[in-house]
Design a protein around this ligand. Structure first.
Ligand SMILES: [Zn+2]
Length: 364
């Protein structure tokens, strides 16, 4: 009898301790923030080696060769990549992790079999390829639940999740109407009664700026709408999807593809500097950056394309830095990661459960 009493008291103490630890973990996790960023169809080849010599010297693909050469050609690949993406190689390489340099055996792969955008974004955001149902880029509401929706469903994060995307299919990929996650996509303007001066000005400019494409706006708008939102709304999970790199590549415009990647590097720097100088985000924000698919390399013309018939279009890359990420720099060991692990990694950082998704990355 005495022994049993002792045992039950110990059990109660242990239960109490577990409860306290759980409560503490929950409280801690609500102060974490994640910014997820994608660069549509940006190749690992340029990320890790800078601009491509053959494409630079190709008259059809590079229209002002002297200018591109002066700005971005250097004799070795380390200098070339650094001049193309200075924030990535001077800062992220110091404070974070950069995966996917296949020259060293570091691989990041898609698990979906389609190798184009909707399946890629569905895999990243939901953690599950779902090849049967997600097999086109059409504006069909996603039957899968994304990590954005899961986080937004959690009472601790309700209304603290948002997405800003250049491509106008995202309201369907994120299933805006079901999830309640606000998605500012395509040519949408900033809306609401409390627009900042910058948002009003962005609205004015976007209305009168022609985009080269009918379904994708220029990334400068997506970026600045997102940045204004981060300043205005204290958010826990924001997704920013830049689109230009894919569309300039489809157009066969290597100059613009390269300049866009360089500009986006600077956008990422601007986001990082903002979070580091804002007391709500500083020291509590994790950045995860990736792409929805790769592109071809050989034959040369396949750089413009992707899809299951393009060799290498399943080869992607991944960067992580900020809160909780162990600085490992460029990964130069053989290691395989998959895009279907990203959703669970975000869920893990924010302390929410996700089912039917790839394993979270071991970031620390
Ligand atoms: Zn594409």
């Amino acid at each position: 009898m005495k022994e049993m009493k002792k045992a039950s008291i110990i059990t109660m103490i242990l239960l109490g301790l577990t409860f306290m630890v759980n409560a503490q973990q929950k409280e801690e996790s609500t102060s974490q923030k994640v910014i997820l960023i994608t660069l549509d169809g940006f190749r690992w080849q340029e990320l890790f080696s800078g601009i491509d010599e053959e494409l630079l010297n190709h008259e059809k693909y590079t229209s002002i060769q002297e200018e591109l050469k002066k700005s971005f050609w250097r004799n070795n690949s380390k200098d070339r990549r650094e001049v193309l993406m200075p924030f990535v190689w001077r800062t992220i390489a110091q404070i974070g992790q950069i995966h996917g340099n296949r020259d060293f055996g570091s691989q990041v792969n898609l698990t979906n079999k389609h190798w184009f955008s909707y399946p890629g974004y569905n895999e990243i955001l939901s953690g599950n390829a779902d090849d049967e149902r997600i097999d086109s880029n059409s504006k069909t509401p996603n039957p899968n639940t994304t990590v954005l929706e899961i986080v937004n469903e959690d009472s601790r994060y309700k209304g603290k999740v948002a997405a800003f995307t250049s491509w106008d299919v995202f309201p369907f990929i994120i299933n805006e109407s079901r999830s309640g996650v606000p998605v500012n996509a395509g040519f949408e303007l900033a809306s609401g009664n409390d627009l900042t001066k910058n948002e009003q000005y962005l609205n004015k400019l976007q209305k009168v700026t022609p985009s080269p494409w009918s379904t994708v706006r220029l990334d400068v708008f997506t970026h600045h709408y997102a940045l204004e939102y981060l300043k205005k709304e204290e958010s826990n999970l924001v997704y920013i999807s830049y689109g230009e790199t894919d569309d300039f590549a489809h157009n066969g415009d290597y100059d613009a593809y390269i300049k866009s990647a360089n500009t986006t590097d600077n956008f990422i720097k601007e986001l990082w500097n903002f979070t580091e100088n804002n007391s709500f985000y500083k020291g509590k924000t994790t950045f995860i950056i990736t792409t929805d698919h790769g592109r071809g390399t050989s034959p040369l013309d396949t750089w413009r394309d992707h899809g299951s018939d393009i060799v290498g279009a399943n080869e992607v890359w991944l960067m992580m830095f900020g809160y909780g990420v162990k600085p490992q720099g460029e990964i130069t060991t053989t290691k395989k990661l998959y895009s279907n692990q990203i959703a669970a990694t975000i869920a893990n950082i924010l302390g929410v459960n996700i089912n039917n998704a790839g394993q979270p990355f071991d970031i620390d």
